[in-house]
Design a protein around this ligand. Structure first.
Ligand code: IVH
Length: 688
């Protein structure tokens, strides 16, 4: 029991001593990886401090170890301007490119001498900046666009390996700078990632595609209590601003200094005395990549001398003194247990390989798409084959080839089914793709509902494919409008196996939330053939409402620059289908009828411009802005729909084509003059 009747000085002294003790143990545990007390003893210290602070709240400070999860949910993230821009790295994929980099540096420095590099892992997470004033963590932000990031201080505070106050290593002495900005990579280790995804799947949430996405999603939570539950970690790799009397000679010296202050630095950092050793370093790091327990996508080389770094300088957004040596995309081999057919919302039959589970880049892979009949024919993948799979760039695994030497005897060639495996209807082949001919095929309906609920459309959290299938099969929903009456059956829903009150309430809340989604998302969510996310945005501002779009004629639709005849027809077909009209009516009754602000009709409304050649006075995006602000469109290619071609110097094919199609042609100067005159007298035909 902690006595509270002590003097103020004694009390403050006691609180500070406890905090210091906790911080020291924290540093031993999270940074040095060598705990000095048991978990129970640690918890006991925390509880003592919590109880002292609860009785004396006026002494709570934001950097107290009890306050890691102290902040209330935020409404949004504030912007933070980085005092020194957070740069990115140029990439090298081959040894030759690394050698070229070294040559370039020697040329800039006009030296033949070998360059010493700091060699480090390239962590695959997201970059953050941590700001300390007088040794206290006061602000943390994401990299954002390099100049301005988001304030995620409260979320970063929950990461145990980020010190809240500096100088916990009592074995050495150092000065704490007045201002220090530390940069590093926040990530989720592989084991934490696997557990997190398991929990998400169990809770009906979509799993994260990879540890990097999971880390980014976790750091951008508005409620730090959610972030606190995510197994985030950090490695620090550099500094921004620092007020420090001594000058650092090398990058590795900076890292040693950061380590002394209490930051987590990778034990894999090395100093190498020439480019050949740097390439060796990258190779050995790549070999032990799977044993580290967190994701790397390469090695980073930095010219070690800070003076030389300054001399070499920066071009555009990357320093010329640093380089990322990227690892090869991961490839693993596994066996094909089965090939099954998945029917999507368009009715297309997609063969999917069921694989012996294998870990690729830290993620367990069990399926890989074979895209279509053409692809399966080309690759000749058979049930029982050993295949190589890759997660290029990440997310979706791809079968990159078969290991033919390992093919057993008598493996039969895979043939596409002639009837739909979902509904038994006839299958029709169009080019390389097979389609189920039944528009009411349950798989198509389920696919349509999943698409409606997907991230780019109405973004209904907790309504992934698995839950849609269950709700559809158990007859809770038969189309998307029925999602909005699901709340009337909440009790029944929560009684389903594996649901419970919490997840059914969560789902119903997110369905309700989707009612406020803007028109473009609703249009996209309807899944009209040929209408993707970006065209949906154009259609929303062109027509302003579902009603407006539904009554548009083929000709009117074709007037929209990005709509071709086929898409225009597909849109009018969609809106002349009685079932679809009924669905839209039901959605409207449920309160879903968003309106968009129609594109203001400027002087150039409905006019399509193409720019070609070199513009001397205007930048391309300036020119585009001018046209768009006057209500016109800019397109990349000349078609019958183009109204004006603005031809700069050395205009080539587009100019020829425009002449042939008798399209109005303007020089850059004429365009600028016309703009100054506020595009008066539009009907004048120029330069024919
Ligand atoms: S230094 C000096 N070092 O890579 C250039 N970045 O493409 C600034 N990254 O945004 C970055 N490991 O997210 C640096 N050891 C490392 C890194 C690293 C991963 C990331 C970081 C940065 C991106 C640059």
């Amino acid at each position: 029991m902690i006595k509270t009747d002590m003097t103020k000085e004694n009390l403050i002294g006691k609180i500070e001593k406890l905090r210091e003790e906790i911080n020291t143990h924290n540093h031993s545990y999270y940074i040095l990886d060598s705990p000095t007390i048991s978990d129970a003893e640690y918890d006991c210290l925390i509880r003592d401090l919590e109880s002292l602070e609860a009785n004396n709240p006026e002494y709570i400070t934001p950097n107290s170890p009890t306050q890691r999860v102290g902040a209330a949910p935020a409404k949004g993230f504030k912007e933070v301007e980085h005092t020194i821009p957070m740069l990115s790295l140029a990439n090298a994929f081959t040894d030759d490119e690394a050698m070229d980099f070294d040559k370039r540096i020697k040329k800039i420095l006009a030296t033949e001498e070998k360059i010493t590099y700091a060699a480090e892992p390239k962590f695959d997470g997201l970059a953050v900046e941590l700001v300390y004033e007088d040794g206290i963590f006061i602000k943390g932000s994401t990299r954002g666009n390099g100049f301005v990031g988001e304030d995620v201080t409260h979320n970063l505070r929950t990461i145990r390996s980020i010190p809240l106050s500096l100088g916990q290593d009592k074995t050495t002495s150092f000065d704490i700078p007045k201002l220090l900005e530390v940069r590093g990579e926040v990530f989720i280790p592989d084991n934490g990632f696997i557990k997190l995804n398991k929990d998400r799947i169990a809770g009906g949430d979509e799993p994260f595609a990879n540890p990097r996405n999971a880390a980014a999603g976790s750091l951008r939570q508005l409620d730090p209590r959610i972030t606190a539950k995510r197994p985030l970690d950090i490695f620090c790799y550099g500094i921004g601003s620092i007020s420090h009397d001594e000058k650092f000679e090398t990058h590795t010296e900076i890292l040693k200094y950061l380590k002394k202050l209490g930051f987590k630095i990778s034990p894999e950092v090395r100093e190498v005395s020439n480019i050949e050793s740097a390439i060796e370093y990258k190779k050995s790091l790549e070999e032990k990549r799977d044993t580290l327990g967190y994701e790397l996508d390469g090695a980073v080389l930095k010219v070690n001398s800070i003076d030389l770094q300054d001399e070499i300088g920066v071009i555009s957004k990357s320093p010329r003194w640093a380089l990322a040596l990227k690892f090869k995309a991961r490839s693993e081999s596994t066996t094909v247990l089965d090939i099954f057919i998945s029917v999507g919302r368009t009715g297309a039959l997609t063969p999917v390989a069921l694989l012996t589970p294998v870990k690729v880049s830290g993620v367990m892979i069990e399926h890989a798409t074979l895209h279509n009949a053409g692809e399966i024919e080309r690759k000749d993948v058979r049930i029982g084959d050993t295949v190589t799979i890759e997660r290029a760039g990440d997310v979706i695994p791809k079968i990159t080839g078969i290991i033919i030497e390992r093919r057993g005897k008598d493996l039969e060639k895979f043939v596409m089914p002639l009837i739909c495996p979902e509904c038994g209807s006839k299958v029709e082949q169009k080019g390389a793709i097979y389609f189920c001919t039944n528009v009411n095929c349950p798989a198509r309906i389920r696919g349509g509902i999943s698409h409606y609920a997907s991230k780019g459309a109405m973004d209904i959290e907790g309504l992934g494919e698995k839950n849609v299938s269950e709700l559809f099969e158990k007859e809770f929903i038969k189309d998307v409008s029925e999602l909005y009456i699901l709340k009337e059956r909440e009790e029944e829903l929560s009684a389903l196996d594996g649901w419970g009150e919490l997840s059914s309430k969560k789902l119903i809340d997110s369905i309700e939330k989707s009612k406020t989604q803007p028109l473009n998302r609703l249009i996209f969510g309807l899944g009209i053939k040929g209408v993707g996310a970006s065209l949906s945005t154009i259609l929303a501002s062109e027509f302003g409402s579902i009603k407006g779009l539904s009554i548009a004629s083929i000709e009117r639709l074709e007037d929209v620059p990005d709509v071709g005849t086929e898409t225009a027809k597909s849109i009018t077909d969609f809106f002349s289908n009685a079932d679809n009209l009924c669905l839209l009516e039901n959605l409207k009754d449920a309160g879903i009828d968003p309106k968009a602000i129609k594109r203001p009709k400027g002087k150039l409304a409905g006019k399509v411009f193409v720019f070609t050649g070199t513009l001397k006075n205007l930048k391309r995006d300036q020119a585009k802005k001018i046209v768009e602000e006057a209500g016109g469109k800019v397109s990349g290619s000349i078609t019958k729909k183009t109204d004006f071609l603005v031809a700069g110097e050395e205009a080539g094919n587009k100019l020829e084509k425009a002449k042939k199609l008798k399209i109005n042609i303007l020089s850059e100067e004429e365009f600028i003059k016309w703009h100054r005159e506020d595009f008066k007298d539009l009907e004048v035909t120029k330069n024919q």
